[in-house]
Design a binder for this molecule. Structure first.
Ligand code: LRH
Ligand code: MN
Ligand code: MN
Length: 388
């Protein structure tokens, strides 16, 4: 049986990074419903993130998205974070919102557009130098809509050239995380559609390039935990963008659509050593809260990750290995299901209490008064939003 002290220590040591854009307004392409109290500046996003960390105790890092979080002085932003017990996490690049990128960014047929995109990526590394961020997270909207629109292999060459230029610019302790997505906004080809393409580029680039798995970026039915196990085995899993999907890239709260899938993913992470911070696997959220209250939704998401992790830590590894060695299919499956069906909420409440936290972070946040305060104080100016 798993050692409960070790399970609790692993849970207390887990870290989940929250996304700055999750605190801002977001919506579908039909409508953005503004919520009162939403941050107007990157600093206010960090103030909200500090509240999430205050009640969860495991979310000290916040990912930024450039230019959504553009400021004049990134070192000062890092100080603002530090003053609130936070650090700035992954820097997410954005080469998908300018008119110039209609036919792509780093894969665009026009070299001038490619240069502009690479310049943005290099600027993101400059920002990492100022913020102390370790990871540059790259997602490219590049692709084509129609057969024949562009040369698929030539686009891969352009991609490789751009990635190489950015890779060479990385500092000693910096990494490049390449994210894949099977479609959207391109509908025929996407230039980094799957883990195999991302892996092939990262392998050629070198040790500082790793793959990031966004759980919402796969075709229905894809076995994501298998991808996770393979990438960990190859030392190429850089991290996760956690979220839930019912249909495509829905960006709903992680664990909302399919808690069993997150458990299976975390089982592979733990089985293959990925929970150890030394392996560098970054557990990030990439979500948008369109109709639900944002801060409690982020707290809820962190708790969902914790619950899946706790269940995966409770898998009886010895019993599982024995059943597998004996070829006892049902017994092996039962070991996993026993862990999954355990109610881990009392265990997590204990872990929180031992850290001096309220066992119920959502209730604690609701009782805190922060929501009322920001709704009253954050008036005037423009609320930050997905894309603003
Ligand atoms: C693309 C994506 C990527 C972006 C984020 C806002 O769908 O997952 O990680 O940076 O959404
Ligand atoms: Mn993502
Ligand atoms: Mn996405």
């Amino acid at each position: 049986m798993p050692d409960i002290t070790a399970v609790k220590a692993a849970l207390a040591g887990q870290r989940v990074e929250t996304p700055s854009w999750g605190y801002g307004n977001s919506g579908t392409r039909f409508k953005v419903f503004a919520q009162p109290g939403v941050p107007r500046t990157p600093r206010e996003k960090l103030d909200d993130a500090a509240k999430v960390h205050e009640f969860t105790g495991i979310t000290p890092r916040v990912s930024l998205h450039i230019p959504w979080d553009k400021v004049d002085d990134y070192a000062a932003l890092a100080v603002h974070a530090k003053d609130r017990g936070l650090e700035l996490g992954a820097i997410n690049s954005n080469t998908f919102q300018d008119d110039d990128y209609k036919l792509g960014s780093v894969c665009h047929p026009d070299a001038a557009v490619r240069r502009k995109a690479v310049a943005h990526l290099l600027e993101c590394v400059d920002i990492m130098d100022a913020t102390g961020s370790r990871d540059l997270k790259l997602w490219f909207a590049d692709g084509t809509n129609y057969p024949g629109q562009d040369d698929v292999a030539a686009r891969q060459d352009r991609l490789a050239e751009a990635l190489r230029a950015v890779y060479e610019r990385l500092g000693e302790d910096q990494r490049m995380l390449l994210e894949y997505k099977f479609f959207e906004p391109a509908f025929y080809t996407t230039d980094v559609p799957d883990w195999g393409t991302a892996y092939a580029h990262c392998l050629k680039l070198g040790e500082k390039a790793q793959v990031v798995v966004d759980t919402g970026h796969h075709a229905p039915g894809t076995n994501i935990e298998f991808i996770v196990a393979v990438l960990l085995r190859e030392g190429k899993l850089g991290g996760f963008d956690f979220n839930s999907r019912f249909y495509a890239d829905d960006d709903l709260m992680v664990g909302a659509a399919d808690p069993f899938q997150i458990f299976r993913i975390l089982h592979e992470v733990i089985k293959n050593g990925g929970l150890d911070p030394a392996t560098g696997v970054a557990f990030m959220l990439d979500q948008c809260h369109n109709v639900e209250a944002k801060i409690p939704a982020i707290i809820r998401s962190v708790m969902n990750v914790q619950e899946a992790t706790a269940k995966a830590l409770l898998v009886d590894a010895e019993a599982l290995a024995a059943a597998q060695a004996e070829g006892d299919v049902l017994a092996a499956n039962a070991v996993l299901m026993d862990a999954y069906n355990t109610d881990v909420r009392p265990l997590l409440a204990e872990v929180r209490e031992e850290k001096g936290l309220n066992p119920d972070p959502v209730a604690a946040y609701r009782a805190d008064g922060w929501q009322e305060r920001i709704a009253a104080e954050r008036v005037g100016g423009e609320q930050a939003g997905w894309g603003a």
